[in-house]
Write a protein that binds this ligand. Sequence first.
Ligand code: MTE
Length: 313
Amino acid sequence: MVLIRTPSDIQSSEITPESVYRERRRFMQAGLAMAGGLALGPQVLQAKTGAYGNLPRSPLSTDEELTELKDVTSYNNFYEFGTGKADPAENAHTLKPSPWSISVEGECAKPGTYTLEDILKPHALEERIYRLRCVEGWSMVIPWVGFSLGDLLKRFEPTGNAKYVEFVTLEDKEQMPGQRWPILRWPYVEGLRMDEAMHPLTIMAVGLYGDVLPNQNGAPIRLVVPWKYGFKSGKSIVKIRFVEQQPVSSWMRSAPSEYGFYSNVNPEVDHPRWSQRTERRIGDFIKRKTLMFNGYADQVASLYSGMDLRKNY
Ligand code: MTE
């Protein structure tokens, strides 16, 4: 993939050594692309030759410039494979994404164990280009391959007692060696309120960049909630539980003063140890302002009307 942007809005005071390096590389790539006679647009997708090439693009997609595939797959948070950003790409080869099944439990009429094939069969996959913003202050734009979580959950016929949904990642020390250390409470758990889970923006992703999910990105199936900090988007899901009580996520359990249940992107509320006003888009060298609900406020702010977002962080 080749991406070109003219850095006309860059102030020299904001240039850091790393960014100088990155931009120089971009200009070299631009030069090579022009020499090759390629047409250059604001968002240039790499050729889609993978398992999910040529899927329709959802109108819910952003048209922002994509983060390069190599960054999407080598700068990850997946603590089951280590806490360094490069660790998941290096270590996640021990994960076996096939065969895979998901156990559906709790407040629903159709609990059971469903194979990944059962899960996927009735759903039309599409490309959803979403921002993912991490609470650590970086963000990416990723062309996910996925389908609506709400459509999936409806198939299990949740009862009136289902107020929340819990998502549980695989627990297996052989496949996920990082689970030998108590860095987080294993298995990794995330949760959504039912209306958040049913929102049309919320997806289960099974691929990115037109191909199956790389292990380090949460193969074979993960949650993506684009208006929340990335840490709400649990990876390698093996259990979906409909529950009446608000679930306790692994991050809430490990640092309750830093990570709440809601985890909405909110530039007005600082993390206890750092500001949340700006973010660095991976591949860029100047920081940008972080947008409320990660730029999805028009679609999701109403879910939280009347709530104090300082208390419900
Ligand atoms: N899911 C599991 N099981 N384990 C994790 O450590 N990290 C979260 C989230 N899902 C995490 C997880 C965090 S902090 C982020 S920012 C995103 O995954 C990162 O997703 P990516 O590596 O695909 O960009």
